[in-house]
Write a protein that binds this ligand. Structure first.
Ligand code: FAD
Length: 403
């Protein structure tokens, strides 16, 4: 079918919005991307790009930039918080690439954003445009921005993150849920940690009420860490803030020296309160839909928030591609329904699995923890990558449900 020149407005130029814009441009649409920030920047932090997401990014022509800065970890190494004992060690990048055909990368978020941004043709990203309202009428969707600018589209995509204005205008205001966890995040120059002789693995340290993840990024020049701690409540006004290294060290008192040395080697850390939302029954209304955290914010404990936003873009592109030239509004609405039907069960499942990992990772030392550890040691299916075939083998641009 000939791709139509439908006009598509994408609100939010994060990982999800940028990927969606690229997929929609590939599908032949006239795409404009609106971002509230006046420049595209990311705080220092890492992101894991699993094969289900790298499949989409490679097809968008990003294999080169991803390989140039991404790190392919040898293994996924889970360890006990105090003595560092191995709980589970599973081959990662090579094994996943051999099985699923696409790599698993660990990257600096800024490197991923740069690769995506560089691929968007000039003039399509409009910075300093904060969406404040929209109307879905007979002549299309009208978007209004804080600076008074207005624009009309055949389709509008809300990729504006967990506090999405598009979501609010479709389904009403609803506060995101504080998950009872905060995360300290930082990157450390790898040379400062040379004495630890860190292997190129993703390491996940499990302990009572908290866990710690570290891996190399940016061609192994930096070590990224995320230190997650349970908290009863979150009182700060800001949801992301500079954190104190001393507070992070205090939260991990008594933990293995490797964990404490990595935290102590950071110059600065950011502390994030982790919020999520329950799955929505729908993402679309008329010619407007949601994508990424706007539709399915989840805890980062499956490392799938960005990966699912990337998948969303590929599926949305595939569904809209089937809409013909000068399509009536009903065709667009039906395509958005197909998109949401294809995506919702999968993202809802991952939202639930991510929330479940809070319990599994943070068990207090005792019978349940010992049972978990012996299941891991015995190679229990529940802790194996084989149990995640459905996640990594998924091709978001294909599937019977898209037809
Ligand atoms: P965002 O990245 O939030 O982007 C939304 C964009 O919209 C922003 O640029 C914002 O400025 C803009 N915007 C907002 N409102 C408006 C408006 N009104 N008008 C215009 N623009 C607007 N995911 C993984 O896949 N792997 C990982 O390893 C991983 N690790 C994580 C670790 C931590 C500690 C956390 C907190 C998250 C992690 N995630 C991970 C999740 C991932 O970061 C998010 O799911 C992902 O960034 C969501 O992308 P998005 O584009 O949907 O939203």
């Amino acid at each position: 079918m000939v791709a139509s020149q439908l006009s598509v407005g994408v609100v939010g130029a994060g990982i999800g919005g940028l990927t969606a814009a690229l997929c929609l441009l590939r599908a032949g649409f006239d795409v404009q991307l609106y971002e509230q920030a006046t420049r595209l920047a990311e705080i220092g932090a890492g992101v894991q790009v699993s094969p289900n997401a790298s499949r989409v990014l490679h097809r968008l022509g990003l294999a080169g930039p991803l390989a140039a800065t991404g790190v392919k970890p040898l293994a996924w190494h889970q360890r006990r918080w105090d003595d560092g004992r191995t709980l589970l060690r599973a081959p990662l990048a090579e094994a996943l690439e051999a099985t699923f055909g696409f790599p698993h990368y660990q990257m600096h978020r800024a490197d991923l954003l740069s690769a995506l941004t560089a691929a968007v043709p000039a003039g399509r990203i409009h910075l300093g445009h904060r969406l404040v309202g929209l109307t879905d009428g007979d002549d299309g969707v009208r978007a209004r921005f804080a600076d008074g600018h207005q624009a009309r589209f055949d389709v509008l995509v809300g990729a504006d993150g967990i506090h999405s204005a598009v979501r609010q205008s479709l389904f009403g205001a609803e506060d995101a849920r504080f998950t009872g966890c905060v995360a300290y995040r930082a990157v450390v120059p790898a040379e400062r940690l040379r004495h630890l002789d860190l292997e190129v693995t993703a390491q996940l340290w499990l302990g009572p009420g908290r866990h710690f993840v570290h891996y190399f990024i940016r061609g192994r020049k930096l070590v990224n860490f995320v230190a997650v701690v349970e908290h009863d409540r979150w009182t700060r006004e800001s949801w992301t803030d500079r954190g104190e290294i001393a507070d992070a060290l205090a939260a991990f008192a008594g933990w293995h020296p490797q964990v404490r040395e990595i935290i102590g080697a950071a110059d600065e850390t950011f502390v994030w309160a982790l919020f999520d939302r329950p799955p929505l029954p729908r993402w679309s209304a008329g010619r407007v839909t949601l994508l990424g955290d706007a539709g399915h914010a989840m805890l980062p404990f499956m490392a799938q928030g960005a990966a699912q936003a990337i998948e969303d873009g590929a599926t949305l592109g595939a569904c809209l591609r089937q809409v013909g030239d000068a399509a009536p509004a009903s065709d667009v609405t039906a395509a958005l329904r197909r998109y949401e039907r294809a995506r919702l069960p999968r993202t809802s499942r991952l939202q639930a699995m991510s929330a479940g990992n809070k319990t599994r990772f943070h068990l207090p030392d005792g019978p349940a923890q010992r049972q978990r550890d012996s299941q891991m040691a015995a190679g229990s299916e529940a802790w194996s990558f084989n149990a995640l075939d459905w996640l990594y083998e998924h091709d978001a641009a294909q599937g019977p449900e898209l037809g």
